[in-house]
Design a protein around this ligand. Structure first.
Ligand SMILES: Nc1ncnc2c1ncn2[C@@H]1O[C@H](COP(=O)(O)OP(=O)(O)OP(=O)(O)O)[C@@H](O)[C@H]1O
Ligand SMILES: [Mg+2]
Length: 286
């Protein structure tokens, strides 16, 4: 068995505003892992995800992709690394003046060297994969939050990432739009995509995560399979934290995983019946 992690972070330290935000964080991620990062606000989850693809350069520590240490001083190498580690943000980060298709194809043209027609074709493939081929010509302002987030996911997928980092991808969405984005993420996980995701959707995390990482005060203080960390009576910080999240929502308001995943893509799919669906065996990128 090949045990080289697809992504390895070792001893990451990050200071911001004179404060140590990440305090010696290390993590190994293997192919197909779905690592869910949870923890209180301010724990350093977003900072950690941003350090993992050098959006925020760590003050110290190293990152390896498939056993190769990233040399962040080499701009070309850094650019190649970032292409392989896709990032999804809470607030989508789409270009407002570009259509959905252009938002996906622009990096293909500017960064990956695709020609115009080829980039458009690939963008359409990825938009179909997230159920949005019919919305390709629309601008972000004409899309719902869930649709915008799916465009952002299509944009990341178009770069053939080896790992996807997702920072609370559903927390800016109206509740009725959460499911359609979770469905896409679930299908990526089912298709073997390696992911590290910060989220408060604990029912979803429990169903999908290979591991939960609990962060507090800039450190990963617990790490393990959801069944173990969340087992009744386990006495873990993870279990305590999730119990409090559940109490805050109240049992009446807590949707089940299946309710979360009823994310309705039908309006995207059935209006002409021509969209690809969100099944795990949806067409794969080459
Ligand atoms: N640019 C900055 N300058 C100074 N401090 C910062 C900066 N960015 C983040 N911080 C601080 O770093 C800490 C960790 O922030 P981070 O956004 O990583 O937390 P988080 O776990 O993602 O929280 P949340 O659950 O609210 O998203 C916080 O105390 C935050 O105030
Ligand atoms: Mg955050």
């Amino acid at each position: 068995m090949n045990t080289t992690p697809i992504l390895r972070a070792a001893n990451i330290v990050k200071k911001l505003g004179g404060k140590t935000i990440l305090n010696d964080v290390s993590l190994d991620v293997h192919k197909g892992d779905v690592k869910v990062v949870i923890g209180p606000s301010g724990a350093g989850k977003s900072t950690f995800l941003q350090c993992l693809n050098y959006l925020l350069p760590p003050d110290s520590g190293d990152i390896w992709l498939e056993g190769n240490k990233v040399n962040a001083r080499d701009t070309k190498e850094l650019c190649a690394f970032r292409q392989q580690v896709g990032m999804i943000f809470q607030d989508f980060n789409l270009f407002d003046h570009l259509t959905a298709e252009e938002n996906v194809s622009i990096a293909l043209r500017k960064v990956a060297g695709y020609g115009k027609a080829e980039a458009r074709q690939r963008a359409m493939t990825e938009l179909s994969r997230v159920g949005l081929a019919k919305r390709a010509a629309l601008y972000p302002a004409q899309l719902s939050g869930g649709q915008k987030q799916r465009v952002a996911i299509a944009r990341a997928l178009a770069m053939d990432p080896k790992v996807m980092l997702l920072d609370e991808p559903t927390s800016a969405l109206d509740p009725e739009l959460v499911g359609e984005v979770l469905s896409v993420i679930r299908d990526l996980a089912d298709g073997g995509m390696t992911m590290i995701m910060a989220t408060h959707q604990m029912d979803f995390a429990r169903a999908l995560a290979t591991d939960i990482l609990f962060m507090e005060h800039g450190k990963i203080i617990e790490q393990g399979a959801p069944d173990i960390l969340l087992a009744p009576g386990s006495g873990t910080r993870t279990s305590d934290f999730c119990g409090k999240l559940f109490d805050m929502r109240g049992p009446d308001k807590a949707p089940s995983v299946s309710e979360l995943l009823t994310g309705d893509l039908s309006h995207d799919i059935t209006d002409d019946g021509s969209e690809s669906t969100m099944t795990p065996d949806a067409p794969k990128k080459d």
